[in-house]
Design a binder for this molecule. Structure first.
Ligand code: THU
Length: 129
């Protein structure tokens, strides 16, 4: 079972989603190495490609506040099966994390726990190496 504070933060962040096009609200909360929590929600745009996922908003908010080291991320959506982060979010996670616990929960409390190396194996292999 994932940390209650982080889970509650992700659930609360979901309520701030700006999702008029998909009507699919997502919240995320990330815990830094020093235990600080930052949140994000999906922010959609009329130009659909400019939509930013909750996970990337949470990570960017944390980075803007001076944090670059992370332990866990929780993502929350109202889906039957807990959502899985998109490829772009996985790559952004990999920019800052060699390893990251990723927990996805739905409103019914079903959770799926995984980690970044499963979601995006060999994220940096061969690049600038
Ligand atoms: N979305 C997220 O914010 N995170 C995910 O892990 C899955 C998808 C958002 C993007 C878009 O605003 C909406 O959910 C539908 O895909």
């Amino acid at each position: 079972m994932m940390d209650d504070t982080l889970t509650a933060a992700a659930r609360a962040a979901r309520l701030r989603a700006y999702a008029p096009y998909s009507e699919f609200q997502v919240g995320a909360a990330i815990e830094t190495a020093d235990g600080t929590i930052f949140t994000g929600c999906n922010v959609e745009n009329l130009s659909f490609g400019l939509t930013i996922c909750a996970e990337r908003v949470a990570i960017s908010t944390a980075v803007a506040a001076g944090h670059r080291s992370f332990r866990k991320l929780v993502v929350c959506a109202d889906s039957n099966v807990p959502v899985t982060p998109c490829g772009a979010c996985r790559q952004v996670m990999a920019e800052f994390c060699d390893e990251l616990e990723v927990c996805s929960i739905n409103l019914a409390g079903i959770e799926h726990l995984t980690n970044l190396s499963v979601l995006l194996p060999r994220a940096k292999a061969g690049i600038l190496g």
